[in-house]
Design a protein around this ligand. Structure first.
Ligand code: COA
Length: 329
């Protein structure tokens, strides 16, 4: 058995920053309302050619591989958490593989809403620990703007586009990913779902009926469920690793919105100062939110070798999860 160590992080964002005031031009909202209820000031939206889901994911991956000093040929696995692959077929993973030139890898996608990255990381960890692969990419990417209803002020203010990636390597050292807890509850799928889209409506039978694959959300119920689930899964991880909140050096939560993060911090025995937050600048970037924040924190020098790092996530499905790691480099 090997341990799975993160040895490089990377992220990529579209150039276009969409301000709250700009959203106020097409729905009835205001910068003041959005900041007070969510903490979000702006988010990135991919509008340009060359800023597709696979392009952003590949850019984030290249940065992580550069940090890890890993060549494309060394990769034997690429797992992408996303709900907005550029195409229904093939997977974003295979398109990333092609852009990177990682011809020795197996590549595929995982759909777990905003929890996509932790599901991808856990899959990579299990493959690495079992010896099935040596060097892998776990990616979280979404261009969630492509499935937003820009007339629904309850959802379109919350989300943004982005990508994050980590390189994971098999190691015999004691550090690395210590635990992964993943959960889902399909009974609650209707709290956050895409309206129609993909193959639910048999379009060949429905003729020219236009697609409406935008997101539909019950914000109030999601809020409570998110806080409870994140708290439970974080406590479970602390218990399994025999750690207290004091032992955690940095906690990177899914950047759903500031009030969810604050409420989770309050119900956990972990000081709010240890939470890394960038939701004000990027909104909720779905699967990308944790690897994007992790990369920022890492590049700012906020994570040191030997630190205990906790990642907690929550998303459509419903899905949620946690990962605890001992930083390797
Ligand atoms: N601008 C202005 N007013 C808005 C608005 C907006 N963008 N969105 C909703 N409102 C209005 C509502 O219409 C409602 O008006 P009413 O009282 O006249 O009916 C009022 O604000 C309160 O709406 P409510 O939904 O109760 O607000 P809230 O405090 O619950 O905040 C969310 C809404 C979406 C910010 C909040 O529920 C939330 O953060 N939920 C979690 C969502 C999330 O993170 N999902 C992803 C999980 S991965």
């Amino acid at each position: 058995m090997f341990n799975a160590c993160i040895i490089g992080t990377g992220s990529a964002l579209p150039e276009k920053a969409l301000l709250n005031s700009e959203i106020g031009e097409f729905v009835d909202t205001s910068d003041e309302w959005i900041v007070r209820r969510t903490g979000i000031k702006e988010r990135r939206i991919s509008l340009k050619e060359g800023e597709g889901t696979a392009d952003l994911a590949a850019l984030a991956s290249q940065k992580a591989m550069e940090m890890a000093d890993v060549s494309p040929e060394e990769l034997d696995l690429i797992v992408v958490g996303t709900v907005t692959a550029d195409r229904l077929v093939p997977s974003a993973g295979c398109m990333v593989q092609q852009i990177l030139g990682a011809q020795n890898a197996a590549a595929f996608d995982i759909s777990a809403g905003c929890s996509g990255f932790l599901y991808a990381l856990t899959t990579v960890k299990n493959a690495t620990c079992s010896g099935a692969c040596k060097t892998a990419l776990a990616i979280g990417v979404d261009r969630i703007s492509t499935i937003l209803n820009w007339k629904d002020r309850g959802t379109c203010i919350l989300l943004g586009d982005g990508a994050g990636a980590v390189v994971v390597k098999a190691s015999e050292k004691e550090t690395g990913i210590l635990s992964s807890h993943l959960k889902s509850d399909g009974r609650l799928w209707e709290l956050l779902y895409s309206k129609e889209g993909n193959s639910y409506v048999p379009e060949c039978l429905e003729g020219l009926k236009p697609k409406s694959s935008y997101l539909v959300m019950d914000g109030n119920r999601l809020f409570k469920k998110a806080v409870n689930s994140l708290t439970d899964i974080a406590n479970q991880a602390l218990k399994q690793n025999n750690l207290s909140g004091e032992d955690i050096s940095i906690l990177v939560p899914h950047q759903a919105n500031m009030r969810i993060i604050q409420a989770t911090a309050q119900s956990l025995d972990i000081p709010f100062e240890k939470f890394y937050i960038n939701v004000d600048r990027y909104g909720n970037t779905s699967s990308a939110s944790i690897p994007l924040a992790l990369d920022e924190a890492n590049r700012k020098g906020l994570i040191k070798k030997g630190d205990y790092v906790m990642l907690i996530t929550f998303g459509a499905g419903l899905t949620w999860g946690s990962t605890v790691l001992r930083w390797c480099f």
